[in-house]
Design a binder for this molecule. Structure first.
Ligand code: 0O2
Length: 212
């Protein structure tokens, strides 16, 4: 496929990622402005590179002209939370939005992948206004805690390094670390209300200083 054709295909996905980053970051700011604890700690996003799209299509036996129809994560947003409890709050917040429609949800928090991967995935359909009119595309939103994100970032780079040949001892270590992450997240949850109180009062102080 020609590079210009790829650019035309990917343009709406780039717009969607840019718009959603603005929207979610603004929501975080609204929580902060109200001196409230935000269930979202950080938001980031990306459009898959052409080579990753082609690799994934090949892996899943998807023909090139069916890629848009069958690949759900060309556009991806990642929302990082402090606590496991925040994940459901963020998922609810997404379910209740009028600018996107939830298509599917995958709960890898309660159903951890065999690799040890944990995250909550939502595929949403999202309309963007483009050069040639409204185009509704699908966006994958991954919601996870800081600790889950730590694990998955490290594991992702090891997957990249070893391709399909990750040594067994590393795979086993990652699996043990994934179990430790569950314990860590649960331990953090036990002090959640204290941390939330501390962060709320800290935010109120910051807002007061800004207002002076
Ligand atoms: P990238 O580079 O992050 O975009 P699959 O067939 O399992 O590859 P599918 O059916 O599209 O993927 O959906 P799934 O399983 O919900 O996973 C989609 C994305 O979740 C992946 O995209 C990863 O971002 C993340 N993910 C899923 N499993 C793992 C895992 O074991 N480890 C890590 N680190 N991330 C995972 P991509 O395209 O694989 O990768």
């Amino acid at each position: 496929m020609e590079i210009q054709l790829w650019k035309d295909i990917l343009n709406p996905y780039e717009l969607a990622v840019e718009e959603l980053l603005v929207k979610f970051n603004h929501l975080i700011k609204e929580y902060q402005d109200r001196g409230m604890y935000s269930p979202m700690e950080q938001v980031c996003g990306r459009v898959k590179s052409i080579s990753s799209i082609l690799d994934k299509a090949q892996k899943k036996n998807i023909e090139v002209d069916k890629i848009e129809e069958q690949l759900d994560d060309i556009a991806g947003i990642r929302i990082i939370c402090q606590f496991v409890e925040d994940i459901e709050k963020v998922a609810d917040l997404i379910r209740n939005r009028s600018d996107m429609q939830v298509v599917t949800e995958k709960d890898y928090i309660n159903h951890m992948k065999s690799s040890g991967y944990r995250s909550y995935h939502m595929i949403v359909s999202y309309p963007v206004e483009t050069f040639s009119g409204t185009k509704t595309i699908r966006v994958e939103i991954q919601i996870r805690t800081l600790a889950m994100n730590f694990w998955s970032t490290i594991e992702h780079s090891l997957q990249y390094k070893y391709k399909q040949h990750m040594p067994d001892h590393i795979r086993e270590k990652l699996s043990r670390v994934a179990d430790a992450i569950i314990v860590l997240d649960n331990e953090m949850s036990t002090v959640r209300s204290e941390i939330m109180d501390a962060q709320n009062s800290c935010q109120i102080q910051t807002n007061l200083v800004k207002d002076i």
